[in-house]
Ligand binder design. Structure first.
Ligand code: HEM
Length: 321
């Protein structure tokens, strides 16, 4: 049996109760009231779950060798990466797909963020362990100034974000400064793993499926942010004619560039690093010259052109008519 509402046809039971509404209300009640999946319990679930796997992997690896510790550095960060990608995409998903789940994610962003920090702490411990316990191995095989600057900046931002996510730290910042810190921190902490997986694929030609999965998730997370930004602009202004066509072409080009990095990375890197100043910057400036982010830049440019002010959006009623 179906019932016609302004959202279309929805099933109702023989008793006249709209089942999808009941499920929706129950889901809302569950996600907002259940203590187990909100706030600190959610943090502890995520943290303990990852910790169990971390302890298991530590027991299986030979931690008396630098190779064993290095493997744990790599393993531990894989538990953190999905969480930072999720955090990056959360507000965009809430704007693009408002639902019980995305509202629940929005409410719990802080706790997912702290679970990310806890997973990163494991990596921090193993980095400390290898650099202090095996300095020869560390400085010969791992240390590279630019990576060190990128990684340390990431940990510094993460520490500042943790401290300011509690009232005692938050009171030192204005609301605007707090937003700047947390947004910049999320972008940086997203950019680091995203670029690692891009290089693994586009430069090293990785055959590991996890590299492709994480790259895809990282790309999607940021592409969703661009789409949400575009949706906001689209509501008030839409491009027409040449701007609209150029916007669509660039969006397609951005998506194409995202899946063909291994083809263009070499010539584009050569071009971007042709000058001596650029080569110097590459030695220390995090992410320079930003090859992994070029497809997203093109996607953003396309979205901007598609939503440039050439004709104001029609009011809802006129669109429907
Ligand atoms: C000074 C700080 C850091 C150092 C010394 C460091 C060092 C390392 C090392 C040694 C590896 C293993 C490489 C390998 O064996 O293939 C690694 C992997 C990785 N690190 Fe870091 N790291 C640092 C900070 C960070 C930060 C802040 C992030 C951001 C989330 C991060 C994300 C990653 C990722 C995504 C991998 C690759 C894991 C994989 O292969 O799946 N690292 N790092």
């Amino acid at each position: 049996m179906v019932q016609c509402t302004n959202q279309g046809y929805v099933p109702i039971t023989a008793t006249g109760i709209n089942t999808s509404e009941v499920v929706k209300v129950d889901a809302q009640r569950f996600t907002s009231k259940s203590l187990m999946i909100n706030g600190w319990p959610l943090f502890w679930w995520l943290t303990v779950f990852a910790a169990v796997f971390m302890i298991r992997a530590s027991l299986l690896n030979n931690l008396s060798t630098p190779e064993g510790i290095s493997a744990m550095i790599q393993y531990s960060v894989r538990w953190a990466v999905p969480l930072i990608f999720l955090i990056t995409a959360t507000s965009a998903m809430a704007r693009l797909f408002p639902s019980t789940i995305t509202r629940w994610l929005m409410r719990n962003r802080r706790y997912v963020g702290l679970a990310f920090a806890a997973a990163m702490a494991w990596q921090g411990v193993f980095i400390f362990w290898i650099s202090v316990g095996h300095p020869d191995h560390y400085y010969t095989n791992i240390y590279f100034l630019r990576d060190e600057l990128e990684g340390s900046s990431g940990y510094l931002l993460l520490t500042a974000m943790i401290v300011t996510s509690f009232p005692f730290g938050r009171r030192y910042l204005t609301a605007a400064n707090w937003t700047v810190l947390h947004r910049a921190g999320v972008y940086f902490l997203w950019a680091y793993p995203f670029s690692v997986y891009w290089w693994n694929i586009a430069y090293y030609g990785s055959s590991l499926w996890l590299d492709y999965l994480f790259y895809g998730l990282g790309f999607t997370a940021f592409a969703l942010r661009i789409a949400a930004w575009g949706k906001g602009r689209w509501a008030s202004q839409k491009a027409t004619g040449g701007y609209a066509s150029a916007g669509k072409v660039l969006i397609l080009a951005g998506l194409l560039l995202a899946v063909t990095g291994s083809w263009w990375q070499e010539p584009i890197s050569g071009l971007l690093l042709a000058s001596a100043p650029s080569q110097t910057l590459e030695l220390w400036l995090p992410f320079w010259p930003f090859q992994p982010f070029l497809p997203l830049g093109v996607l953003g440019l396309g979205t901007w052109l598609l939503t440039i002010k050439s004709s104001p959006a029609l009011p809802e009623t006129q669109v429907a008519a």
